[in-house]
Write a protein that binds this ligand. Structure first.
Ligand SMILES: NC(=O)c1ccc[n+]([C@@H]2O[C@H](COP(=O)([O-])OP(=O)(O)OC[C@H]3O[C@@H](n4cnc5c(N)ncnc54)[C@H](O)[C@@H]3O)[C@@H](O)[C@H]2O)c1
Length: 329
């Protein structure tokens, strides 16, 4: 089987590529290396890495790569709340441009498609586990540009299934964590482990009472490979995440504890984050009943394991060092 993975040199994409190779697939990874690293992928006779920025300009090359595929995973995307706040135009343009190019190629050659949307589409969240059918409420604040573009991509992909008849799966990952996640994205587990390993303070937005759940990237890859070709999950959003709630303060304390690193925890009042322009989401936990009941999948690894694996990778010297406030676009 030949599988295309866009964003294949990234954090989740790289783990997915390695798993697909282990499963005996031939893999074509497409990545512009704006965030991902070619060196994070193995040298493997069944793997080809195409260095390409997916968008309107590269649509013919994208079509040529997808033409002969049996399945496409579209993961390429700018990522991170920092970027959503600081580069809304580029983020929205990139998600819509790359998504449109990939969906058009899958439509033309009738290739099944899995896309990664995001839990960001749930906006400020709910005080209980969020179901796929819960209403999506996004306003025009900069943070929700990423979410709105992901939602538009979901609609495009849903139309690809319901109107064009191409099998399509719309995955909404919640926070994913583990080795090879880039701290410069601002994603909290990677930022905390990189900072702690460098002896730097852990920066928390607000008082740290905000609650998230974190899925180990290998559990995420289990889910992504299980979802594809499941006929009961086509054409509708599916939550992918952990149900175990953790406050950001608890996470910071866990990161210090697992390696005995006594770095300070610094709290910035919410009104001072992004010069007062920060949009806060207090609780975001998924209801994953749909994915579990349709596939039998469930998370097997703990957050502490993801933190340990992240530290191990830093200690092995394979991880880039922390760059304060770095962006990728
Ligand atoms: N990591 C999470 O917690 C999380 C949560 C929700 C959703 N997601 C989604 O999962 C997917 C993968 O996220 P990740 O954490 O691996 O991010 P990542 O930044 O590590 O990987 C994304 C990859 O896409 C590449 N890329 C970006 N734009 C591109 C373009 N136009 N053409 C070609 N390559 C391009 C980057 O170079 C990078 O390697 C994304 O779609 C993201 O929105 C991730």
């Amino acid at each position: 089987m030949t599988v295309v993975v866009t964003g294949g040199a990234g954090f989740i994409g790289g783990a997915l590529v390695r798993r697909l190779l282990d499963m005996g697939c031939r893999v074509a990874a497409i990545d512009d290396l704006s965030g991902g690293k070619a060196a994070s992928l193995p040298h493997h006779p069944q793997l080809t890495l195409h260095r390409l920025c997916i968008g309107a300009d590269s649509a013919p090359q994208v079509q040529a790569i997808i033409q002969t595929a049996d399945l496409v995973y579209h993961l390429a995307s700018p990522i991170g709340v920092n970027l959503a706040h600081s580069a809304r135009f580029d983020v929205v343009e990139s998600i819509l441009g790359s998504g449109t190019a990939v969906v058009a190629a899958c439509r033309k050659y009738r290739v099944p498609l899995v896309i990664t949307s995001s839990s960001e589409v749930y906006g400020q969240g709910l005080p209980r586990p969020i179901r796929e059918a819960d209403p999506v409420a996004l306003d025009i604040s900069p943070r929700w540009g990423y979410a709105a573009a992901k939602l538009a991509l979901e609609h495009l992909a849903a139309g690809l299934y319901h109107e064009q008849g191409v099998p399509t799966w719309l995955v909404r990952p919640f926070n994913i964590a583990g080795p090879r996640q880039r701290p410069e994205t601002g994603l909290v587990v990677a930022s905390f482990t990189a900072a702690a390993a460098a002896g730097q303070p852990l920066h928390i937005h607000g008082d740290g009472s905000q609650v998230r759940s974190f899925l180990h990237v290998e559990d995420g890859v289990d889910a992504l490979t299980t979802i594809a070709f499941n006929p009961t999950l086509t054409g509708r959003p599916v939550n992918m995440g952990s149900e175990t709630p953790t406050s950001i303060l608890e996470l910071a304390e866990m990161v210090r504890r697992v390696r005995g690193l006594d770095v300070p925890i610094l709290k910035t009042p919410l009104e001072d984050v992004f010069d007062g322009g920060f949009t806060h989401a207090q609780i975001r936990i998924p209801d994953i009943t749909l994915l579990k009941s349709a596939t039998g999948w469930q998370p097997k690894r703990s957050l502490e394991e993801a933190v340990r694996d992240g530290f191990e990778e830093i200690e092995a010297g394979t991880k880039p060092t922390l760059r304060a406030g770095g962006t990728r676009l």
